[in-house]
Design a protein around this ligand. Structure first.
Ligand code: ARG
Length: 848
């Protein structure tokens, strides 16, 4: 990147660099003031300093003069704009830049621009020329045609700001969609009846000198089709390109663009795509900018019949790119707003869950019987960045404007039997929008038979004072009288007693985690119950006499003795650092803690079930779908390397006539995202060998682990990558965040999912878990879940991974989905096979 920046000497972004030269002076002066040498030397040193200060000032002065004041140093400024024209019919030939009709109209537009600029002294003085890039039908009533152009100015550096001002002064005043009639009608030499012009300086990343390839593609979306970045999916996109796709729908239609895959470099300063509600990259019409591996909705709609997609890449680090489907939909489809009179109902922003189109406004008028009021609750709310007045995109409920992305579950009530809800999107930057449910209620009894939260949410009465924050604002847990099975937190809340001292802050003020240690303050409590002075912890000596004071340390001291809790290096020595393996730091003298660490990363994502969400393709590259031939998905598994998979032993037990223990019954689908949809990164393999744990007990689910050897190696790719195995002493403490993934049932008794699901859970303290489960939770098991209920693994997820991200960003396999009491029930976590317990067994059986 250094190369690029030095090439762009006069780019406006360098302004800040010139500013720093001003700051050199005071810095030098400071040094001067600090120094107080002896009297004699002062004179000489002083003289020297004065001279050098003079030299620095002179140089700085020269530089300032050279770049800021010398009026002959000029920069090129390019503005991208649109011109709305009246009384011009759009001809089909205007779609083709090589047609004579295009050329002659383009000439008129250029002349007209010159004329417009000639009315402004700044613009006319520095104007170099314009070129027209495309035309489209007008969509705003009075424009019958829109021209998209680029104008170039050559301007002295100090005047750049005044150029921006002059350009913007041509626009109709903010708020008015159209200029007043005749505002830009320039008699008598006007070639065209101009309604309005809008332009902005080009995005500096699009004018990088290093962009060696610049190409435009014109696409008519009528028939629908697919756009791909060059090389997709076989190779990465090319370096140093600026590509744009001009998408055009029939008049009276919108363009719709849905990304199926989008994987770019993480840094938007390097590679990015940008989508515009326009045929030219006018900043004012930008709908979105994306880079990396985006997670939100990737479905976009235009306001009119055109859209522009641009892809810009830099010299290095190229990624797979994208594949997107385009289509057109009539403008009349999905009319939003209207009058609603039912007692309850739901509304959402247009095209939800796609991003709403720009320049859209809808009003819903809700009217309920006179004796009732209305309340509305937003179950999804994603409306751009929050700002005070919500001037851009917003939802307005009666007189209250809402925007931003933090208002999920907000409830608003009316003061009468009517409520009006308005949705508005401006002309740039879109978001996913909202969904909301409204309901009529009797004012003196807003939550009949239910509890009313302070935030006006109504919840089931049984949820009050049960230890869970069901309201979202905690008001259902305030002012409670705790029963015998509960403890009282300092903040007044009641929590189940078995939550005390489980390592998670359940009270919210940590009072449930205070006074848990048997040792005195200032002492460390060893795992064996001994108490030692806090200072003795992590000093390299085994003061506890079980080694537990030397196992969770920041630094990796080599220990005299190994213990059950310390990491053992390849050379047999043990170190005191907690979870040192694959943490990107060499801790063992022999480096063995960083051996075999080609795992736990998402190759094309640098960084960064029940109740779950859809995951992104390639997000869980170690996830495998195990199919029974002719039957389909049965269990999950994880990729350990190019040859071995890990799954649950209960997945490979014969049941009746089903011979699940036979390798030839199975096929493994690696790199799969959607069931029955394979692509270039999906690999299907037969199984050569199944090794179930010899002590697997089908009654207790003890030792629920099995290895599968593939019949043929797989080549790792962006969707197939191993997960890291934790060392036997790796610690996954209670409260730690983990992810479960799988195609299993999305509710208890439900059917399996089509798209790979993911859900966030937490590791649950073993003692707590034992108290919660009706069946025995043994030492080879690990619990994880969300005790509030609603999030869990379920039938069909078995054998799949419980993934935990370590501090270095690598993902470790903490557990295998094994069993549970139903799925996602309150206070019933999922139970997983505890991998640390079986690390040795895996090594013995497979060599991994
Ligand atoms: N045994 C189930 C299977 O075969 C997995 C059950 C996991 N259940 C749970 N609630 N976490 O797919």
């Amino acid at each position: 990147m250094d190369f690029l920046d030095s090439g762009q000497k006069f780019s406006p972004t360098r302004d800040t660099d010139w500013d720093t030269t001003h700051q050199f002076l005071p810095a030098a002066d400071n040094k001067h003031l600090e120094k107080k040498p002896g009297r004699r030397r002062t004179l000489w040193v002083g003289l020297g300093l004065v001279l050098s200060a003079a030299a620095v000032s002179l140089l700085t002065g020269l530089l300032v003069w050279h770049y800021h004041l010398r009026s002959d140093v000029r920069v090129k400024r390019v503005y991208i704009g649109s011109m709305g024209i009246r009384d011009q019919n759009f001809l089909p030939e205007y779609e083709d830049p090589s047609s004579p009709q295009f050329s002659s109209l383009a000439k008129l537009v250029s002349q007209q621009l010159k004329l417009i600029y000639s009315k402004n002294s700044v613009l006319t003085k520095y104007f170099q020329g314009s070129s027209v890039q495309a035309f489209s039908e007008g969509d705003s009533g009075s424009d019958s045609l829109v021209a998209y152009y680029e104008s170039e100015f050559d301007i002295p550096v100090p005047q750049e700001a005044s150029l921006d001002e002059a350009i913007q002064s041509l626009e109709p005043p903010a708020g008015s969609q159209q200029s007043q009639k005749g505002r830009l009608l320039l008699k008598p030499v006007d070639a065209l009846s101009v309604n309005n012009v809008f332009s902005r300086a080009i995005d500096p990343r699009m004018s990088r000198k290093s962009l060696v390839v610049r190409k435009s593609f014109n696409v008519h979306v009528r028939e629908g089709g697919v756009l791909r970045s060059p090389g997709f999916p076989d190779s990465s996109y090319p370096p140093s390109v600026y590509l744009q796709w001009r998408l055009r729908a029939d008049p009276g239609h919108r363009v719709r663009l849905d990304f199926h895959t989008l994987i770019l470099e993480d840094d938007c300063q390097q590679d990015f795509i940008k989508i515009y509600d326009s045929l030219a990259p006018i900043e004012l019409r930008s709908l979105t900018e994306q880079c990396g591996y985006p997670h939100g909705s990737l479905s976009f709609l235009s306001s009119g019949n055109v859209m522009l997609l641009t892809l810009v890449t830099n010299e290095e680090k190229n990624f797979p790119g994208f594949r997107a489907n385009y289509s057109q939909i009539p403008l009349t489809a999905q009319k939003c707003g209207g009058t609603l009179s039912g007692d309850k109902g739901s509304i959402s922003s247009p095209f939800f869950p796609s991003n709403y189109p720009p320049k859209t406004s809808c009003v819903w008028n809700i009217e309920v019987p006179v004796e009732k009021f209305v309340k509305v609750q937003f179950s999804k709310f994603l409306l751009g960045n929050h700002s005070d007045q919500c001037p851009d995109d917003y939802v307005q409920v009666d007189n209250k404007r809402l925007c931003g992305r933090k208002l999920k579950n907000t409830v608003i009530t009316s003061q009468s039997n009517t409520m009006s809800i308005k949705f508005n999107s401006d002309s740039s930057y879109v978001d996913q929008g909202f969904t909301a449910e409204y309901e009529a209620f009797v004012p003196n009894n807003p939550c009949p038979g239910r509890f009313q939260c302070t935030n006006n949410l109504c919840i089931n009465q049984t949820l009050q004072c049960d230890g869970w924050n069901d309201c979202g604002d905690g008001s259902d847990e305030d002012n409670c009288v705790c029963d015998a099975s509960q403890m009282k937190c300092k903040n007044g809340r009641c929590k189940p007693r078995f939550w005390e001292c489980d390592g998670a802050d359940d009270c919210g003020d940590r009072t449930d985690e205070e006074n848990c240690e048997k040792c005195k303050p200032g002492e460390f409590s060893c795992r064996n119950g001994n108490c030692i002075p806090e200072e003795s912890k992590c000093n390299g000596e085994d003061d506890c006499s079980d080694g537990s004071d030397e196992s969770k340390c920041e630094k990796s001291l080599v220990l005299q003795q190994c213990s059950a809790f310390t990491f053992r290096c390849g050379n047999g020595r043990c170190i005191s650092k907690l979870n040192p393996e694959c943490d990107e730091e060499q801790d063992c003298g022999d480096g063995s803690d960083e051996d075999n660490c080609q795992c736990g990363t998402r190759p094309y994502r640098s960084s960064r079930i029940v109740g779950g969400q859809i995951s992104r393709e390639g997000e869980w590259p170690w996830q495998v779908s195990l199919h029974i031939k002719g039957k389909g998905h049965v269990c999950g598994a994880s990729v350990l390397n190019h040859r071995w998979l890990l799954t649950a032993a209960h997945c490979v037990q014969d049941s009746g006539s089903d011979k699940y223990s036979q390798p030839d019954q199975w096929e493994a689908m690696l790199g799969l995202h959607v069931q029955s949809q394979t692509n270039e990164w999906t690999v299907r393999r037969n199984i050569k060998r199944i090794i179930a744990h010899e002590d697997y007990n089908p009654m207790t689910y003890n030792n629920d682990i099995a290895l599968m050897e593939l019949d043929e190696d797989v080549t790792l790719n962006q969707n197939i990558w191993p997960i890291c195995l934790p060392s036997p002493t790796h610690d996954f403490p209670g409260g730690q965040v983990a992810w479960i993934t799988g195609w299993g049932a999305t509710r208890e008794g439900g059917s399996v999912a089509l798209v790979l699901q993911k859900a966030e859970v937490r590791i649950i303290n073993g003692t707590v878990c034992k108290n919660l489960m009706s069946d025995e939770v043994s030492a080879g098991m690990l619990c994880a879940g969300v005790l509030k209920g609603g999030v869990d693994a379920c039938q069909g997820d078995s054998g799949g991974p419980l993934s935990v991200t370590g501090p270095s960003g690598r993902v470790f396999l903490a557990g295998l989905v094994s069993w549970g009491d139903g799925c996602a029930r309150r206070n019933k976590p999922g139970v997983y096979t505890r991998i640390t317990r079986y690390r040795g067994w895996i090594k013995e059986q497979s060599g991994v």
